[in-house]
Write a protein that binds this ligand. Sequence first.
Ligand SMILES: Cc1ncc(COP(=O)(O)O)c(C=O)c1O
Length: 505
Amino acid sequence: MSSTVETLSKKLSWLPPGLSRWMERRMKSIPALRKMVEKEQEDITATLEHSLKPYHNTFERHKILPKQGIERGKIMDDIRKMHELESSRWQEGYVSGGIYHGDAEHIKFLNEVYALHSQSNPLHSDLFPSATKMEAEIVSMVATMLGKGQTTDNKDVVGTVTSGGTESILLAMKTYRDRALEEKGIEYPEMIVATTAHAAFDKASQYFGIKMVRVGIDENFRMNVKEAKQAINRNTIVIVGSAPTFPHGAIDPIKELSDLALANDIGFHTDCCLGGFVIPFAEKAGINVPIVDFRLPGVTSISVDTHKYGYAAKGTSVILYRGESLRHFQFYTITDWPGGLYFSPTLAGSRPGALSAACWASLLSMGEDGYTKASKSIVETANQIKAGIKTIPELKLFGDPLFVIAFGSDTVNVYEVLDQMTNRKWNLNGLHKPSCVHIAVTLRHTQPGVAERFISDLRDSVEYVKANPGNKEGSAPVYGMAASLPFRGMVSDILKKYLDVVYKA
Ligand SMILES: Cc1ncc(COP(=O)(O)O)c(C=O)c1O
């Protein structure tokens, strides 16, 4: 992909930067230019297929249903082989985020729970009252971690189980949109979000027609409160803060922002997808962390991911609200459908009760003490990694994060450092605007020797890049060229091509 983006970028370098979508469409209607773009996109697809489909030549491909069912043992063999090929990197702690617990015994336990409940569907509460019990208790346990029973206005904290952080965020934004229309008649709703807030908010803006007002960050990568204040107008329905942000792990000034929202009678959402299971337990462990939850009077909703630091299997999150009346704007009901009286709490209809069962089991088996110990060791490991990064003069740490650590450089190309880390088996996240790399510290990194290995590999990677700058392969050229492409829509088209390839059998 890198060389193709590079070629494309060079060919289009005569165009001025920052072309509008309209200009871009006009330019692409020029036949020669369109042909060139199409040709480049074909090349991209071919390059991507090679890197995204490593099993093409090693496992049989099934583009259509087998005429006769394949023997279960043979299917299991293939599944096991792929699992083995993919596990060692995360098991040994080479991956940023991704797998948050990863201990074999914990996984085995969750899998047993899943297997028992694999047919369960919370949509059919009459058939599966266990799913209803478990989901209600998940919400109650998570709400209590985040201020239920301690609100200054004595309001209850309620919520629902969702499929992940993105769904929790989508639902919250839809909820504010619908409340604003019904209670205030707001037809052109706006949300105020930092540039560093998760992409899920942009998705909510696109899906639900809510205008996104982006505000900047301060020198510590935290949302700028002054800019947020200036952005409020009579169409504002919600302000969003993150605890912490995905890119730099910064905890936005939640108290100041939620006070601002309260004073202006608008909603405030804390995105605790990453921090919801770390911050409250770090507080219990005596670590100095800010309050980001419903104990603050202005916080009206929180997204918190059980499938991240809650250590559940992938596919669950919780969205919480201050009070049932706000939650009502999330619920869907239809009263005159021939299929019967229909209602559902979240985006999906039928849902995997087994994932809720595994989530419930994870919460119970970890308990308060388990999460407190986990948070303490994650923060300690993060401190060790931060201290190590500070000893590498070419690198600079971004802000003062708790457990998601971003670093950049003024002297070496940080994406080349990222590529060198990849060569050393690491799987870290490359970020841009500004250019940096991050590692989300998980329980995998608290294993003996992992933090030391990270720092030593990072030091070696920086030394290598200093001695051999200008790598032509890997992510460095992609980030460089993607930033310089005059057509932003074209970058977007390339990403869509990527997804086309993902779904090519
Ligand atoms: C701060 C934050 N919010 C939201 C999300 C979205 O979560 P998901 O990927 O589960 O949809 C993430 C994911 O990393 C996140 O870090």
